[in-house]
Design a protein around this ligand. Structure first.
Ligand code: NDP
Length: 240
């Protein structure tokens, strides 16, 4: 059973950036938090870090089983683990594209498969999927990242309707640009330099990319949005 706080929360990808900020804030507000990473190091005293690679079924199931063994249930899952592949679509290999989808989309699906039977049995639960502005508009030179987040938005909307009658709520967040390690891989520094075939197209797209950056937020702001969802009894929906 839960030993402190009001909710048992699993945050995937909590070793840095948005996920770490969420784990820290939720823990500081009294929730019982488990963060995950592929190479977990001991987290701050407030919460525990578990090993989870969202691209591996058995790794996902093992981490979820640990939470269930220790707490008896999981109230909230924040599907946050992900990375951003950048570059022209034409120059993105199928293997790179599959890896992007395997983490950002199938990773979420694996975690949902692992937790839903237990949430259904308990008749309650909240799943928060960390989408992106790129899940609402196609971002130039982040095509496969956008595709992964559009797919995530579709999954979120369908799942929301499928599990509502079991008392489970499903929603997503769409942050703009947030300064974290993920942004180090961005297209500004890779593949679109002076020698690139796509240099001119990239320069044309710069305005859109800069808009995305201006729509950005801090990790603290996104963490506060997640906290608001966790603490609310009913979460809003994008389409109703
Ligand atoms: P970070 O790079 O700071 O954090 C990414 C996290 O995901 C890390 O904890 C990493 O853990 C984990 N991760 C990556 N691959 C895997 C994997 N295969 N299995 C398990 N964990 C994995 O990025 P952000 O905090 O910026 O991003 C977090 C989420 O927010 C992502 O889904 C991203 O798409 C989304 N987002 C980010 C925005 C931004 O501008 N930063 C804007 C909109 C959405 P480890 O490497 O330790 O395993």
């Amino acid at each position: 059973m839960s030993t402190k706080g009001s909710k048992v929360v699993l945050v995937t990808g909590a070793s840095s950036g948005i996920g770490r900020a969420c784990a820290e804030l939720l823990s500081a507000r009294g929730h019982t938090v488990y963060g995950t990473s592929r190479k977990p190091s001991p987290g701050p005293a407030g919460y525990r870090m578990l090993e989870m690679d969202v691209t591996r079924d058995e790794s996902v199931q093992k981490a979820v089983a640990t939470v269930l063994e220790e707490q008896g249930h999981v109230d909230v899952v924040v599907n946050n683990a992900g990375y951003a592949l950048a570059g022209p679509i034409e120059e993105t290999s199928i293997e790179e594209a599959q890896r992007q989808l395997d983490t950002n989309f199938f990773g979420v699906l694996r975690v949902c498969h692992a937790v839903l039977p237990f949430m259904r049995a308990r008749g309650s639960g909240l799943i928060v999927n960390m989408s992106s502005l790129g899940g609402v508009v196609g971002l130039p030179f982040q095509g496969l990242y956008s595709a992964s987040k559009f797919a995530l938005e579709g999954l979120t909307e369908s799942l929301r309707q499928e599990v509502a009658s079991f008392g489970i709520q499903v929603t997503s967040l769409q942050p703009g640009d947030v300064r974290t390690p993920i942004t180090e891989n961005r297209v500004r520094v890779q593949r679109c330099g002076p020698e690139s075939t796509y240099r001119r197209a990239f320069e044309t797209a710069l305005g859109i990319i800069e808009k995305e950056e201006r729509a950005g937020a801090s990790v603290e702001l996104v963490a506060r949005q997640v906290l608001a969802l966790v603490d609310r009894k009913q979460v809003g929906v994008r389409y109703s």
